[in-house]
Design a protein around this ligand. Structure first.
Ligand SMILES: Nc1ncnc2c1ncn2[C@@H]1O[C@H](COP(=O)(O)OP(=O)(O)OP(=O)(O)O)[C@@H](O)[C@H]1O
Ligand SMILES: [Mg+2]
Length: 529
C-alpha cells in the first residue's frame, strides 16, 4: 500500500509527500517529516500513523487544530483515501494506492459477504448501530477463515477486515452529502461519478469517490436493509423511502452496465410554500391567488410535467390550500407529501414486500379503498395506471376538488395520457365515454417544467371548458412566455394572463363567491428570474 499526502493549492496538486514511516510528523519545525510553512501551522502540529488497521491522524493539541473533510478532529481520526485535511491554512489530500493483490482480496471479501443471506428486518430494527457493526465483523472474520486462499498475507489481514468492515457499515461520501445543507438530490453513477443537485443545478461533486463499486453496492444495501429490501445480480432494482423521508432508487449491474447507481431525492424538512414559489419565480402572485381560490372552492386539478419538474412539490402546495375543516386522504407510492392540516390520512402503496406473505398493494387498490373512508378530498401523488379511472370517477361523484399529477409535457398530452391510463384500467370503455369522463371530472391542468438553468416554473394553467365533436376543449388562462436567457444563463420571461375570466370563476360568482377579477388583468413586464 502506497500512502501519500498531496498538497493542494487553488484546487491544483502542488506537491506530494510519501508516508513511509510508521509515524509522520507534520509541522513548521525544520525537523518535521512534512514541513509546512504557514503562520497557522505549529512547529509540531499533527502526526499521521500507519497502523496495521489503517491510517490514523493525531492532532497534537494545537490551537488551530486539524480539519478532516471540514470537521475538526477531536483528538484523532482514521483516514481514508480521498479525505481532505486542513492543517492551519494548508490543504492536504490523502491518497492511498492499493496493491493489486490487496484490491483483489477486498473485492473477493465483499463478494462473499454479499452472497450471505441479509440480516432480517427484525434484527435490523432491534439492533443498535454498534450491535450491527459487531455482527458484520463476526461475519467478516468467519469469511476470512473460510476463504484464506483468496486473502492477503497475515500482516495485511487486519487492515483488510477493517477496511471492508468500514465500507459495509458506513455510507462513505454519501454520508457527507446527505448532511450537507442545500443538496436536494444525490446521484451516484458507479464509484467515482457523483453528482448533486443544489438550488436546481446539477453539479459534479469533485474530489469525491467511493473506494470501489463494491463499496457503492454495500452502501446501497445498508440503505435498503432497514426497508426490508435487498439488491443482488438476481434482483438488481430497488426503490424505497429512507427513515428521514428521502426517496432512494438503486440499480446495480447487470442492469446498470457502467456500475452500481444510487439516486437519492432528499427529503426537505421544510416543504416549499406558495409564497416560496412566487419568490422563486415559479409562478406569478396572481397565478397563486387563482390556484389558491380554485383549491379552496373544490376545483379538480391535475398537475403535469416531466420528471423532476416539481410536480410533487406543487401538489403539496396546492393541497395545503384545502380548508382544515375537510378530511383528506393522500395516496402515494412513497409518502412524500407533507400536509399541515390536522385531518389527513396518509396511505402508501406497497410494490413488493420482502417479508413472507406480503402481497403488493397498488395505488389503484388504495384509491378504491379511500372511497370507503369518507374522504372530502383525495390526493393521489401520481396517476400512472388504472387508478386514473377511479380517480376521475371520484372527482365526478362527490369528491370534487381532488388533486393528482400525471407525467406529461403539454395540456393536450395530459388528456392523451389520461385516455391511455383509463384504457389500462381494463374496462374496454369506448373512447367517447373516456373523453366525456375526463372532461367532466378535470377542471384545471397546471403544467410545470424544469428549465435549463435549473429553475422550475408553471408554464401554463389551462381549463377544460367542455367537449365538442369528441374533442376536449382547452383554454389557457395563464402562461409563462419565455424570452431567452441572460449571458449568465438565467432564464428570462414573464407570466401573463390571457385576459379573460375563466369558466370556473363564472361558476363561483354565480354561487355568490366574491372574486377579485384583477387576478386576470394582463401582462407583467419582462423579468429575469
Ligand atoms: N418551484 C420550485 N423551485 C425550485 N425547486 C423546486 C421547485 N419545485 C420543486 N423543486 C425541487 O425540484 C426537485 C424535484 O421536485 P419534485 O419531487 O416536486 O418533482 P417531481 O416532478 O414530482 O419529480 P418526479 O418526476 O421524480 O416525481 C426537488 O428537489 C424540489 O425541491
Ligand atoms: Mg413526484
Amino acid at each position: 500500500m502506497n500512502v501519500k499526502l498531496v498538497l493542494v493549492e487553488g484546487g491544483q496538486p502542488i506537491r506530494s509527500f510519501q508516508l513511509v514511516k510508521p509515524e509522520t510528523l507534520i509541522g513548521s519545525d525544520p525537523a518535521s517529516d512534512i514541513k509546512l510553512r504557514s503562520s497557522e501551522v505549529e512547529p509540531r502540529h499533527c502526526i499521521v500513523q500507519r497502523k496495521k488497521s489503517g491510517l490514523v491522524l493525531v492532532d497534537l493539541g494545537t490551537p488551530t487544530g486539524v480539519f478532516a473533510n471540514g470537521e475538526k478532529v477531536a483528538r484523532q481520526a482514521t483516514l481514508a483515501s480521498g479525505d481532505k485535511l486542513r492543517v492551519g491554512a494548508v490543504l492536504l489530500e490523502v491518497v492511498v494506492e492499493e496493491d493489486h493483490h490487496f484490491a483483489i482480496a477486498k473485492r473477493a471479501l465483499h463478494r462473499h459477504y454479499g452472497a450471505l443471506p441479509p440480516f432480517s428486518v427484525e434484527e435490523l430494527r432491534d439492533w443498535t448501530a454498534e450491535q450491527l457493526a459487531e455482527q458484520v465483523l463476526v461475519r467478516l472474520n468467519a469469511l476470512v477463515e473460510q476463504n484464506l486462499e483468496e486473502m492477503p498475507e497475515e500482516h495485511e489481514l487486519d487492515r483488510l477486515v477493517t477496511e471492508v468492515h468500514r465500507e459495509l457499515t458506513s455510507w462513505g461520501p454519501l454520508e457527507r452529502l446527505m448532511n450537507e445543507e442545500g443538496v436536494t438530490e444525490v446521484m451516484i453513477n458507479g464509484r467515482d461519478q457523483i453528482y448533486i443537485e443544489r438550488q436546481g443545478r446539477l453539479l459534479k461533486a469533485r474530489n469525491m469517490a467511493f473506494d470501489s463499486d463494491e463499496h457503492v453496492i454495500a452502501v446501497a444495501r445498508q440503505i435498503l436493509a432497514p426497508l426490508g429490501k435487498f439488491v443482488d445480480r438476481a434482483n438488481p432494482l430497488a426503490d424505497g423511502r429512507m427513515k428521514d423521508g428521502s426517496r432512494v432508487n438503486v440499480v446495480i449491474p447487470p442492469l446498470a452496465t457502467r456500475g452500481p447507481t444510487i439516486t437519492v431525492r432528499r427529503f426537505s424538512r421544510k416543504p416549499l410554500r406558495g409564497d416560496d414559489l412566487v419568490k422563486y419565480g415559479s409562478m406569478s402572485p396572481n397565478m397563486l391567488r387563482f390556484l389558491q381560490l380554485c383549491v379552496r372552492e373544490r376545483v379538480s386539478i391535475v398537475v403535469a410535467g416531466g420528471t423532476g419538474s416539481g410536480k410533487t412539490t406543487l401538489l403539496n402546495v396546492l393541497s395545503s390550500f384545502i380548508p382544515a375543516s375537510e378530511r383528506i386522504v393522500t395516496i402515494e407510492d412513497a409518502a412524500e407529501l407533507q400536509l399541515d392540516q390536522d385531518h389527513v390520512v396518509t396511505l402508501e402503496a406497497r410494490v413488493s414486500g420482502l417479508e413472507k406473505g406480503e402481497q403488493p398493494v397498488l395505488i389503484r387498490d388504495l384509491v378504491k379503498n379511500a372511497l370507503r373512508m369518507r374522504p372530502d378530498r383525495i390526493v393521489v401523488g401520481e396517476c400512472r395506471g388504472g387508478e386514473a379511472l377511479d380517480m376521475l370517477q371520484a372527482m365526478n361523484t362527490g369528491h370534487e376538488g381532488s388533486l393528482t399529477t400525471v407525467h406529461a409535457n403539454s395540456p393536450r398530452d395530459v388528456l392523451a395520457r389520461l385516455e391511455t391510463l383509463i384504457m389500462m384500467a381494463g374496462y374496454n370503455l369506448p373512447l367517447p365515454a373516456i373523453r366525456h369522463q375526463i372532461s367532466s371530472a378535470v377542471q384545471l391542468i397546471v403544467m410545470q417544467a424544469r428549465f435549463r438553468d435549473g429553475s422550475r416554473k408553471v408554464t401554463t394553467v389551462s381549463e377544460i371548458t367542455g367537449i365538442q365533436n369528441e374533442t376536449i376543449l382547452l383554454n389557457e388562462i395563464f402562461t409563462f412566455k419565455q424570452s431567452g436567457y441572460t449571458a449568465e444563463g438565467q432564464l428570462q420571461g414573464r407570466f401573463a394572463s390571457r385576459g379573460f375570466i375563466p369558466k370556473v370563476i363564472h361558476e363561483m360568482r354565480e354561487n355568490g363567491i366574491a372574486v377579485d377579477l384583477d387576478i386576470f388583468a394582463q401582462a407583467e413586464s419582462d423579468k429575469t428570474f
